[in-house]
Design a protein around this ligand. Structure first.
Ligand SMILES: C[S@@+](CC[C@H](N)C(=O)[O-])C[C@H]1O[C@@H](n2cnc3c(N)ncnc32)[C@H](O)[C@@H]1O
Length: 272
């Protein structure tokens, strides 16, 4: 297909947020993320809508095409120009999939509350948000909640930064962060607000506290957490800064905090 083909034109529109919200669909790029999308269980009828592929990528990744065929997902072979027009990167990797939105209502997540969750309050950088989804997945968290005013998780940069983890755990979007804190706590998760000036030093938090079901709350890259959200949390926790850095990058702080909980929770489970 050429860049002017109506299917390619329709898919290209999804690079814009307005088209993504109208169609409730987004683009996923690269062999591994497309593989993850095709492997995602189709609960609730969720399924990749279509795949665009360069001939060379089709030859290099026959497993991806076989998975698309097995799932009944249409595959379109496109030229370099058409593929590049669907890509947010300068060196596209030859495969792009159109996927329906993945987010679920918070109530669905809370029906079987996870031991570990993340709540992002007005996080703006797509790379940070995507990296948090990836680290949450790696640490075994059961949900990522993007509070209202946060970046669009279906932004191509954010999708790329998740490296496929977007397809591994439930994502909740557009809920008020304060309401989410209340709901998560009512479902049995303590809420720990990560804050560079937090009252507790993470290295001194009791292991039993870290082992309890937890939602970690992280704030905006420039402004941090608003006072009213910090006040709603069960505790504010700082990752100690031993050098002269003012704070940590949000995704780095998330990695440290989530793994502290994951470690404590897993030790507690293996002791039982
Ligand atoms: C780049 S920081 C925001 C810095 C901002 N100047 C402030 O006053 O909080 C973004 C988020 O990362 C987390 N964070 C950064 N450094 C942290 C630290 N040392 N301990 C705990 N959380 C941290 C917090 O959730 C923070 O809201």
């Amino acid at each position: 297909l050429s860049p002017r083909n109506p299917r390619v034109v329709a898919a290209r529109r999804l690079l814009r947020r307005s088209a993504r919200s109208t169609q409730r669909a987004f683009l996923v790029e690269g062999p591994q993320p497309v593989r993850e999308a095709l492997a995602r269980p189709g609960d609730g009828g969720w399924q990749v809508r279509e795949v665009f592929v360069l001939p060379a990528a089709a030859q290099r990744h026959p497993d991806v095409l076989a998975a698309a065929e097995a799932a009944g997902v249409p595959v379109h072979v496109v030229g370099t120009e058409a593929l590049a027009s669907l890509s947010g990167t300068v060196s596209p990797q030859g495969l792009v999939a159109v996927c329906p939105f993945l987010d679920v209502p918070l109530a669905d997540v809370l029906a079987q509350p996870p031991d570990l969750a993340v709540l992002l309050a007005e996080v703006q950088d797509p790379g940070n948000a995507g990296t948090v989804v990836r680290v949450a997945d790696a640490a075994g968290a059961g949900a990522v909640v993007l509070g209202a005013g946060s970046v669009d998780p279906y932004n191509p940069k954010c999708v790329r930064a998740t490296a496929g983890s977007l397809f591994h755990l439930p994502l909740v979007t557009g809920v008020g962060a304060a309401g989410a804190v209340t709901d998560l706590r009512a479902a049995g998760l303590q809420v720990l607000a990560a804050d560079a000036a937090g009252e507790l030093d993470l290295d001194h938090v009791e292991v039993d506290t870290l082992a309890a079901p937890t939602t970690w709350l992280f704030g905006n890259e420039a402004r941090g957490l608003p006072a009213e959200l910090r006040d709603l949390a069960d505790a504010t926790v700082r990752v100690p800064i031993h050098g002269r850095a003012e704070s940590l990058n949000l995704a780095t702080a998330a990695a440290v905090c989530l793994y502290a909980s994951a470690r404590a929770q897993r030790h507690a489970t293996s002791r039982r």
